[in-house]
Design a protein around this ligand. Structure first.
Ligand SMILES: [Zn+2]
Length: 338
């Protein structure tokens, strides 16, 4: 089997690696229907996050169960399943509280840019669909595995409710799906901050009511103008840089909510500024597992189509081109077909 491996900055190779098999009784082995590249894969790809040696890439996945360990009883071979980037037992106190990405037994899933994947803690991690889906639904189920789950958490953690005003900071796939999530949750006004025309178009399609192309102080001023000088009730921050985090806090109203779901890189918040900002902050690695059953239903019933964020589809062997296209912002998100 061949897998996408990162050797160093901008050095992705698609090379032979042993096909995963069951190693623990709680494992499942899944034949992937599709796979994809995440915005967070770009941090090590760009060399901003160091890799110590050749690293198998990919953590977004869905497909057909091939084999399960002897302790796995509810997930069965032949089922179509979706998991997320942290494997979790779904039984410990953190899981019970809905924070499966902080499971006491969590394991990072890696090596999903391949045709076969070993999933640890399969019973807690994987959710099966009612039936094997039609091909046209598969990109949307793939999106549910990470970006849609993360976008939903961004909106949920920012307390989006019926009638609220939302500002989404970040126009990557997660930001765009935070727009879609806010729409589903009944937000009245959704302001998407984006400078790119193709992303603005998708944001509008997903439910954005206003677009703000300005950034920094000019962006804040425009948001204040649109919210009568008050700021937004909810601000999902979907990037993870100092600029985006500062922007998010500045756009929230007093007593408003800021969520942050992108892995922070060199973000430094000043205590005093935070003190006087008067905002709620809630974020972290999205507990996608909490939302899987609901999001699977929404996709299955045709209420959401998050697969639209994939604007590039390639055969898996062209994975390196997928990274290049996303790095150069020629593509929002690349879908790879094994
Ligand atoms: Zn747990």
């Amino acid at each position: 089997m061949r897998t996408a491996m990162l050797y160093g900055p901008r050095d992705i190779r698609f090379e032979e690696r042993e096909t995963p098999r069951i190693t623990q009784p709680t494992d499942a082995v899944v034949r992937l229907s599709v796979t994809s590249i995440c915005g967070s894969d770009l941090w090590p790809y760009r060399g901003i996050q160091a890799v110590t040696g050749p690293t198998p890439m990919g953590h977004e996945y869905c497909g057909i169960v091939e084999e399960v360990g002897r302790a796995v009883t509810k997930i069965k071979p032949g089922q179509f399943v979706i998991g997320s980037f942290f494997a979790s037992d779904n039984t410990c106190p953190n899981c019970q509280n809905g924070y499966q990405s902080s499971c006491q037994h969590r394991e990072l899933v890696g090596g999903a840019q391949a045709s076969v994947l070993r999933v640890p803690l399969a019973e807690g991690t994987l959710v099966a669909t009612q039936d094997v889906p039609q091909q046209d639904l598969i990109p949307s189920f793939q999106a549910v595995s990470d970006v849609m789950g993360t976008g939903w958490f961004a909106a949920d953690a920012a307390n989006v409710k019926q009638g609220t005003t939302v500002v989404v900071v970040g126009d990557g796939a997660v930001g765009l799906l935070a727009v879609l999530s806010a729409r589903q949750m009944g937000a009245e006004r959704i302001i998407a901050m984006s400078r790119h025309e193709s992303r603005q178009r998708l944001a509008r399609e997903f439910g954005a009511t206003d677009i703000v192309a300005e950034r920094g102080q000019a962006g804040e001023a425009r948001v204040m103008e649109l919210t009568r000088g008050i700021g937004a009730d909810s601000v999902p921050e979907c990037v993870g840089t100092q600029e985006s985090m500062t922007q998010a806090i500045q756009c929230a109203r007093r007593g408003g909510y800021v969520s942050y779901v992108g892995v922070p890189h060199a973000v430094d918040l000043k205590g005093e500024e935070l003190f006087f900002a008067h905002v709620h902050l809630h974020g972290g690695p999205a507990p996608v597992r909490r939302f899987l059953p609901k999001l699977i239903d929404l996709v299955w019933s045709g209420k959401i189509n998050p697969g639209k964020v994939f604007d590039l589809a390639l055969p898996l062997e062209q994975v390196a081109e997928g990274y290049r296209a996303m790095d150069e912002r020629r593509a929002i998100k690349a879908l790879l077909r094994p």
